[in-house]
Write a protein that binds this ligand. Structure first.
Ligand code: BGC
Length: 757
């Protein structure tokens, strides 16, 4: 008794002293920052708010203390050289912060974010970003322009590939996991980075899916769908945010005081800094909200953008202050935010990268193992009629298609410092499982790149390949006949079709979602041989494949899987692992249905089998595959759903909505293989002051079950998280009946109800 009390006392004292040390160090940072600001000239202040690319001229400016950050400088030596210039020559020796886009891995490239979001595996996503941070810092990069947490409901938008899909709850979970993975507990640790949640905000809602386009949405949609992942990133302690290119209800992201100051600083109390996107301050001229760069700079810094990316507009800050247009206090506050992050990142104590780490910490075998696992978990089995998959290792397989042996496209867009030579192609992965003698390869067709604004362009000559597999002749133009011959000689064919990596990403939106070039003809020709066909799609967005399920029995959506693409695909095709990835975005039947997303409101005439009010004359309004969908090699059963609302016993003063909802269901594996199911929890508020989504995701869990095994999966949802905004934009949790589903995807599941009292 005495011992345990003493232990308790020690624990309390320890906790208190740790807390004191933390707040001390925060205080210490603040006083160091303020002392530094006292010493700075206006030019040096503007310098801290300026990011540039590295050139001889910008390096000279940095020596004068007139640059705060460089982007795109890679390699410990290059970084250290530039840092030395500043630490040895500038007056105040304020270290530079080096930033780079590390969107899905640095050199160990992981699956594209839209894919890995669908793993629903937060610990694994955290681990992947931990690896990315380790590799980036080994190369001198201390700041990553990630996570990209834009919600998107429009697969025409090329940047849907970089984001977190269509769901705000899932997107928020991913945002926190990635911030934790990048920054760890202490972003000053030598192998952690400062993260940057981008693009703030609503960039994913660009009209028509056209990049950089206008966004005009309600405050409700902004707050309920597009803001939550950013809020989650802020709550997870993200060091920086990047403002978005688009205008939101008329106000460009870089000059939007409402989002950058009212919400981000005043409501969420974010105390890190905000950087503009590339050249976006200058783009205020094109938006037509500023007449020249000086006005653009004034608008951006006053709205709450602290650092300007590359366009040099913030060089006019001294002049703006001297002319009385810009209060010094605004400049000081921006500088304070930037310096605070530099102190938190430990740069003043450790400005240099350790060059020895490049040899040990980049592309380590265990990092590739994580990339393989994440790729396995990110791919989505869309169809598997007659259990064609998994394949037997004794068969002879024709490996066909333009993406079967394309190394570059395995990595996808925004691939950090990823290198095509590191990637394992599907052909290589299949050969590694089967041996060369059981594989016939034919490319069949090339994918013609698009000519911007026009359509399919000219086919580039194919680079020679070197797998030494029968059927392949390097340098020979692709030919469908070869593919037909290969399929005819084999037991079955696996066709790798889709998009080249460069067909998604920034400024890579599409008006059609067809398979580019003659890929559909290739598939038709291979199907016509009568051999069973597995279609493996690689793309950065859902494609228009509504014809495919009638043509081919098995479809695996592999996305752009990263360096371990081929191994992970082969692991799934041959059943070493059962697929468990899910769609993080609804998959439309046809481009004309867009936007199609699961968490839409009910209309006054909801769609029902005998009524098609919200569909079309020529098509239903339903997607081809719903959000959350994905098959596995076993069958899972859902039953016995229970849901109960437990009111708060005693609500603490001032706090509302402190009850919880407990939901459980029994999930069973009725097939004959061990597999992992992503069990999803959806909720619907039946009656609220405003129309509510037909379903909203509120929880998920990955559950691995052996054949015959079953498990009760339980969820707890906080009462407050059931809420919504009332017409006056006040957060409320309406009382009454709620529907709840424990489900394999957003369109199915076992249903229960609970009452909020
Ligand atoms: C992109 C950002 C990126 C920046 C720096 C911009 O074009 O929109 O996402 O971080 O470039 O590379």
């Amino acid at each position: 008794m005495f011992r345990s009390r003493r232990l308790h006392l020690i624990v309390v004292l320890l906790a208190a002293s740790v807390a004191a040390a933390e707040s001390m160090s925060d205080q210490a940072i603040e006083s160091k920052v303020n002392a530094l600001i006292q010493k700075m000239t206006l030019e040096e202040k503007a310098g801290q708010l300026t990011q540039m690319g590295l050139t001889p001229e910008s390096l000279e400016l940095a020596r004068q203390g007139r640059v705060g950050s460089f982007l795109g400088v890679l390699g410990a030596k290059q970084v250290n050289d530039a840092q030395h210039a500043v630490m040895e020559h500038s007056r105040l020796k304020i270290p530079l912060l080096f930033g780079y886009d590390v969107i899905h891995g640095y050199r160990t490239v992981f699956p594209v974010p839209l894919a890995s979001t669908g793993s629903f595996d937060m610990p694994l996503l955290e681990q992947a970003e931990r690896i990315a941070a380790k590799e980036a810092t080994a190369s001198g990069v201390k700041w990553v322009f990630a996570p990209m947490v834009d919600i998107a409901r429009d697969p025409r938008w090329g940047r849907i590939v970089e984001g977190v899909g269509e769901d705000p709850y899932l997107g928020s979970q991913v945002a926190s996991a990635k911030v934790r993975g990048f920054q760890g507990k202490n972003m000053a640790d030598p192998d952690r980075v400062v993260a940057c949640a981008k693009h703030y905000v609503a960039y994913g809602a660009v009209e028509g899916g056209r990049d950089y386009n206008t966004v005009d949405i309600s405050e409700r949609l902004l707050r309920e769908v597009y803001l939550p992942p950013f809020h989650a990133a802020v709550q997870a302690g993200v060091g920086t945010l990047m403002s978005s290119f688009n205008d939101l209800n008329g106000m460009p992201g870089v000059a939007n005081h409402h989002t950058l100051t009212d919400i981000l600083r005043n409501e969420w109390h974010f105390d890190g800094f905000v950087i503009s996107d590339w050249g976006a301050v200058h783009e205020l001229l094109a938006h037509g909200t500023a007449a020249d760069d000086t006005h653009a700079a004034l608008d951006a810094v006053k709205a709450g953008v602290d650092m300007d990316m590359v366009d040099g507009a913030y060089q006019s800050i001294p002049q703006l202050v001297k002319s009385g247009k810009l209060p010094m206090s605004v400049v000081d506050e921006a500088v304070r935010r930037v310096l605070r992050v530099k102190f938190r990142a430990g740069l003043f104590d450790h400005p240099y990268a350790d060059p020895a780490r490049e040899a040990t910490d980049i592309l380590a075998p265990e990092s590739r193992e994580t990339a393989r696992r994440l790729a396995q978990e990110s791919m989505v089995l869309l169809e598997n009629k007659g259990d064609l998959l998994p394949l037997k290792k004794t068969q002879t397989i024709a490996v066909i298609g333009p993406l079967a042996d394309d190394k570059g496209s395995q990595l996808g867009p925004w691939a950090g410092d990823g290198q095509a030579k590191d990637a394992v192609t599907p052909l290589e992965g299949i050969v590694a499982k089967l041996g060369k003698e059981h594989v016939l390869y034919a490319k069949g067709v090339d994918i013609p790149p698009f000519e911007r604004g026009v359509g399919a362009g000219v086919v580039a000559p194919a680079p020679p390949s070197a797998t030494g597999v029968a059927g392949e002749e390097s340098g020979k133009p692709a030919n469908i006949d070869d593919a037909v011959q290969a399929a005819s000689k084999a037991d079955l064919a696996v066709v790798f079709a889709g998009e080249l990596a460069g067909m998604t990403g920034e400024a890579s939106s599409r008006a059609t979602l067809d398979l580019p070039g003659d890929q559909r003809k290739l598939i038709d020709a291979v199907v016509a041989t009568g051999k069973p066909v597995v279609l493996v799609l690689e793309s950065g967005r859902p494609l228009d494949i509504s014809w495919a399920p009638a043509q081919v029995p098995a479809i695996l959506q592999a996305w752009f899987p990263g360096v371990e693409a081929g191994h992970a695909i082969a692991d799934l095709l041959f059943g070493d692992v059962s697929p468990s990835g899910r769609l993080a975005v609804s998959w439309p039947q046809y481009v004309g249905q867009i936007p199609v997303y699961y968490n839409h409101n009910n209309t006054g005439r909801p769609t029902a089998p005998d009524r098609w009010h919200t569909g079309y004359l020529d098509m239903s309004g339903e997607p081809l595959y719903p959000f959350g969908y994905g098959l596995s090699y076993t069958k899972f059963t859902y039953r016995n759903v229970k849901a109960e609302f437990i009111p708060a016993k005693t609500a603490s003063a001032g706090a509302k909505h402190q009850g919880t909802v407990q939901v459980s269901a029994e999930i069973g594996n009725s097939g004959n293989r061990e597999a992992t199911e992503v069990v999803q929890l959806y909720v619907h508020d039946r009656v609220a002051p405003t129309s509510r989504p037909v379903r909203e995701l509120k929880g998920f869990e990955r559950v691995t079950l052996r054949p015959g095994e079953s498990k009760t999966v339980s969820f707890r949802v906080k009462e407050n998280d059931l809420g919504s905004y009332d017409p006056q934009m006040r957060w409320i949790v309406p009382s009454g009946t709620y529907d709840v589903w424990v489900a394999p995807d957003s369109a199915h599941g076992v249903q229960g109800t609970f009452e909020v009292k």
